[in-house]
Design a protein around this ligand. Structure first.
Ligand code: UD1
Ligand code: UDP
Length: 365
């Protein structure tokens, strides 16, 4: 079966590489990977880390790219690639503009689409923006839906999707985590953090750019100054708007380390050793509970309510006071901390890729 996994950003790559590897190991599949290059350095780092090479690279990234730029670039690039490679199935992941535009290109070429990490919803088209639209649109175009959780499956059933085409597999991000963490990992920043409580932070969402990001940074600045026994590590997204603000507001605080984006091995190893994670990321909400690390989500809503229900994550919004209050609770209330740290990871067992491969294989037979 000729299959074409398509992805373009760091999180898609981290979650698709385990599946690409599983498919490439099985001779039932002729796998042609297409990367859109919506991200460049962030994407290439993940491909290197998982030793995955792409047969096609659309190379679309431009500084300051708009959503229209990404959509147009992917749509026209994919039209050419699909014509040449003629896959029988296109696999896309999640909710990025790459996923949306690649699924649309496949639909225009009358090639069926399989959606990995299908069925996540907030119900609000602007939160997160534009990801909620992207995943709803991919869901409507897809012929097969691989949902990470039962709850995601229920979202799709509520929208009237055919139950025979929805499969609950777990999230492939847990597959990736099984291969990246090492007991003997060392890093200069971990040495600097030694003896202090490590807070790992990420913040990059489009809807948090501007005032919300300023309020978040103000909270982190205040908490670092108030707790000298805490060490904050923040690998800053390369988006210049975020980088410049982080440098302006946080670079002079001694127990905050701003770093370049970490490669995925470093990030997972830091995560596994963190006291808590402060993030607006989707993937980090799924990864942290695997290590028993509580997650404070700097958003007003999440498409990953499983973590809230299980007690692995807490929404703290983007207001300075609410972010601060969330961190203070975890730092100062050992019982509250223990409850979150002990909660069970609801996102899978690390074998999602193999399940997806088997489902595709049975359908091809
Ligand atoms: C994208 C996804 C978002 C995902 C995020 C993961 C969309 C609309 N958004 O958002 O869902 O959570 O990726 O990180 O698909 N840049 C670089 N080098 C890189 C990557 C980005 O310089 O390797 C800079 C560029 O200036 C680019 C900017 O970051 O213009 C924003 O990148 P873009 O892909 O447009 O959006 P993200 O915010 O990264
Ligand atoms: N990540 C990484 N290096 C970093 C920060 C994050 O490798 O410096 C990984 C992290 O492990 C997770 C993914 O990037 O798997 C999350 O990506 P991001 O937060 O950019 O996007 P989202 O998940 O919100 O779409």
């Amino acid at each position: 079966m000729r299959v074409m996994p398509v992805f373009g950003t760091r999180p898609e790559a981290i979650k698709m590489c385990p599946l690409v590897r599983a498919l490439k190991e099985d001779e039932a599949f002729d796998v042609r990977v297409c990367v859109t290059g919506q991200h460049r350095e962030l994407l290439d780092g993940v491909l290197d880390a998982f030793s995955v090479t792409a047969e096609y690279d659309l190379g679309i990234m431009r500084p300051g790219q708009t959503l229209s730029d990404i959509t147009c670039g992917v749509l026209s690039g994919m039209a050419r690639v699909l014509l040449e490679a003629r896959p029988e199935l296109v696999l896309v992941h999640g909710d990025t503009t790459t996923a949306f535009a690649a699924a649309l290109a496949a639909y225009y070429a009358r090639i069926p689409v399989a959606h990995v990490e299908a069925g996540l919803r907030t119900g609000d088209l602007y939160a997160p923006y534009p990801e909620e639209f992207n995943r709803v649109a991919v869901g409507d175009l897809a012929a097969l839906h691989f949902s990470p959780t039962e709850r995601a499956r229920e979202n799709l059933l509520r929208e009237g999707k055919d139950p025979a085409r929805i499969f609950v597999t777990g999230n492939t991000v847990i597959d990736a985590l099984r291969t990246t963490v090492r007991a003997d990992f060392s890093h200069p920043l971990l040495t600097r953090a030694a003896g202090r409580r490590l807070i790992l932070m990420t913040a990059h969402r489009r809807e948090n750019l501007g005032r919300p990001m300023e309020r978040i940074f103000s909270a982190v600045r205040t908490l670092a100054k108030a707790h000298s026994d805490v060490f904050v590590v923040y690998p800053v997204h390369p988006n210049p708007e975020i980088r410049l603000l982080a440098e302006r507001m946080l670079s002079d605080v001694r127990n905050i380390a701003l770093t370049a984006p970490m490669d995925v091995f470093d990030f997972h190893n830091f995560l596994s050793r963190a006291t808590l994670v402060l993030t607006d990321s989707g993937g980090a909400q799924e990864e942290a509970p695997f290590f028993g690390v509580p997650v404070l989500v700097m958003r007003d809503t999440t498409e990953r309510p499983e973590g809230l229900d299980a007690g692995t994550a807490m929404l703290v919004g983007t207001r300075t006071e609410t972010v601060l209050a969330g961190v203070e609770t975890l730092l100062c209330d050992p019982a509250a901390y223990a409850r979150m740290a002990r909660a069970k990871n609801p996102y899978g067992d690390g074998y999602a890729s193999l399940r997806i491969r088997d489902i595709l294989k049975n359908r091809a037979d």
